[in-house]
Design a protein around this ligand. Structure first.
Ligand code: GH3
Ligand code: MG
Ligand code: MG
Length: 405
């Protein structure tokens, strides 16, 4: 909706295009990266959860990694010192990375640093392999299969990082095999192919997981936008884009609740002068166009966040001005009155070609326990009727004798 000046709850989806979401959902089967505006939103909506998930899973993965120290000790006690130093180094690096990630770094650093730790874990296994007999080293070689599975499926590295980590793991695995003399060529081929297959399977799974997660995100986003659009339709007027009566009631209740018993509220009710004659002369469509024009002129005079204009009825508007005294509200009403008159919309009253004008009634109230919105609106309405009686095109403040012009 355009021209809206009504306060809305924070975090609304304005600015995100539904067509772009539809297009991206249709396309995400092939690509995992969203267009910049959506990627930005996706990151903003998911980063906190992603960081929490990485830290928790990372911590468990480090525990699992270190639990292999028992095997290190039992399998080859003389190389245990090397294994301990290597695994602890990775653990310290891992813990520091998790602390870093818990501070919500940019996505490149977040995914990059976790990838580096996963690769360091693969590197640590290579170091342990080099430090022990070839017979046992072969078992460790198979153990390396777990590393890409950990990075891609458990830590769910973003796909491009998952690819890099998998390639790195395969390369480290190949390097370790290259240095194991006792391994026969068929054994090397077997171990190498298994590593490549495990990494590939993990990547296929990782790709599917990320694609589905991104599509689910977009669908949820689309649903959120639809819900907000429906809410907008029920609280906004289709012709002017201003809030409607329901929106007015909603805003009045927010204002009363926010004020917590010690604020003020001013209300302006505005009614187009002799509008029946305008309609009769120019026709209903021209009348509609005129209402839209007056709505835009009035909305343009609202300059403080929290102030709001609503379409109250056919050619009537209501303005809510929280925290303002009667003289301030009267000044705003006068500004609006002048702006409409100065726009020079040709009318036929009081004579042919005269500018269309609006009359205003103003009332204020303290937002204490005795506050009743209906009473305030009624007083503003009574002031408006006095403005009509005073000859129209003027502002009358409730409780004040003279009209402002
Ligand atoms: P006054 O100066 O006393 O307000 O005179 P008025 O003619 O404006 O007052 P009245 O309430 O008698 O007439 C309001 C007219 O506004 C009636 C109708 O023709 C017109 N109107 C109300 N709603 C709409 C609308 O949505 N579109 C159009 N085009 N005209 C409307
Ligand atoms: Mg009227
Ligand atoms: Mg009128």
């Amino acid at each position: 909706m355009t021209g809206n000046t009504n306060p809305r709850p924070a975090g609304r989806m304005s600015g995100v295009d539904r067509a772009l979401i539809d297009h991206t959902i249709a396309r995400t089967g092939g690509f995992l990266h969203f267009p910049a505006v959506l990627e930005h939103r996706f990151e903003a909506d998911t980063r906190a959860q992603r960081c929490r998930e990485l830290v928790l899973r990372g911590f468990i993965a480090l525990l699992a990694f270190d639990s292999f120290l028992i095997i290190d000790y039992l399998a080859l006690p003389e190389a245990f010192g090397v294994a301990l130093a290597t695994r602890l180094s990775v653990t310290v690096l891992g813990l520091l990375t998790l602390i870093f990630i818990s501070r919500d770094p940019p996505p490149v650093l977040r995914e990059g640093s976790i990838s580096a730790v996963v690769l360091a874990a693969a590197g640590a296994i290579v170091v342990v392999i080099m430090a022990r007999s070839n017979l046992l080293a072969k078992d460790y070689l198979y153990g390396m299969l777990l590393v890409p599975l950990l990075g891609v499926i458990v830590q769910r590295l973003r796909f491009r990082y998952a690819v890099a980590v998998s390639i790195g793991c395969v390369a480290l695995h190949g390097f370790a095999m290259w240095n194991m003399e006792a391994l026969t060529l068929p054994s090397q081929l077997m171990a190498g192919l298994q590593m490549i297959a495990a990494s590939s399977f993990a990547l296929v799974a990782g790709y599917t997981i990320e694609r589905d997660m991104r599509i689910d995100y977009l669908k949820a986003l689309r649903q959120r936008i639809r819900t907000e659009e429906l809410e907008d339709l029920s609280t906004h007027d289709a012709l002017t884009g201003l809030g409607n009566r329901r929106g007015l009631e909603q805003t009045l209740s927010w204002i009363s609740a926010d004020a917590a018993g010690n604020g003020r509220l001013a209300v302006i009710i505005a009614d187009i002068d002799k509008f029946k004659a305008f309609n009769d002369h120019f026709g209903h469509p021209a009348g509609d166009k005129c209402i839209k024009q007056v709505a835009a002129i009035m909305a343009a005079e609202i300059r403080i966040a929290g102030d709001a204009v609503f379409r109250y009825g056919g050619e009537e508007f209501i303005v809510l001005l929280p925290g303002i005294e009667a003289d301030g509200a009267a000044a705003i009403a006068e500004r609006m009155r002048y702006a409409v008159e100065a726009a020079g919309i040709a009318h036929v009253e009081p004579e042919e070609g005269a500018p269309l004008t609006v009359s205003f009634g103003v009332a204020t109230a303290r937002l204490d326990e005795s506050f009743r919105a209906e009473d305030l609106v009624e007083r503003a309405d009574a002031a408006l009727y006095r403005a009509k009686d005073n000859g129209r095109n003027c502002v009358v403040v409730d409780g004040v004798d003279a009209a402002v012009r």
